[in-house]
Design a protein. Sequence first.
Length: 289
Amino acid sequence: MAVLVFTIFIVFITSRRNAGSFERQMQQARLLVSNGDVKAAEVFYNNLISTYKNDPEVVGAIVGLAEVYQSTGQMLKARDVYQKVISEYSDSQQAATIQKKLWNLNIDILFSSLVVDNNQIYEVQPKNTLNSIAKKFNTTVDLLQKSNNLSDALIRPGDRLKVVNADFSIIIDKSQNTLTLKEVDNVIRIYNVSTGKDNCTPAGDFTIDNKLKNPVHYKKGKIVPAESPDNVLGSRWMGLSVPTYGIHGTIDEASLGQQITEGCVRMRNEEVEELYIIVPVGTKVTIVD
């Protein structure tokens, strides 16, 4: 290991002296990654970060280091690096892109077998089902299946399952047309949504009362089946504790970010499917003006 570090350090110093530019050294680090020398790339990026710590360009090296960690399955290290750069370099032109990388990583960690924070390992008992386990820990069957890579609902006594035992909540900001998924005080991800025209989406504290996959749309006495291209509800429905209002997918992604609906909250289908996996019935939803 000492030989590797020394060699990379010599390469780094030589590169800096000869190339004389941060970008040339970044290219050297990327080349190490593309050649599969991720450990060498990690050392190189850390040297870059140490040397250019007071230079705004250093953000690129920090992101490169996070991507190295992520590519080698070190998701918690990657998360810490992304959080650090957002905290310390919030004025960076890359801040918005890095924030999205962090949100995506948060979801990847949730959906992985990695046990973190408020997660735990549960040993399946006789007569347990995924439904009974989900109810016991206030989670969802979908999340149990996703985070344990289960292709179906079959489990056996003695199986060890990752359980995400977290207190999720949702905040919908009508002025910004955003939906924020939180776990206690931590922001997991922020989604771009559409809300009601003329500010008709009700404000207040609600809960998710019901959930449906591939919902049928009842419109003016007509039934629009789930598979119809005219079904405006998209692929998922999460009904709120205020009648007729809910969070759902959309067939019109161009409308996202606008106050344009009849009062419901629209999301991209792939994103509402993601949220649907995570939040159980009973999740608190706060809607603010």
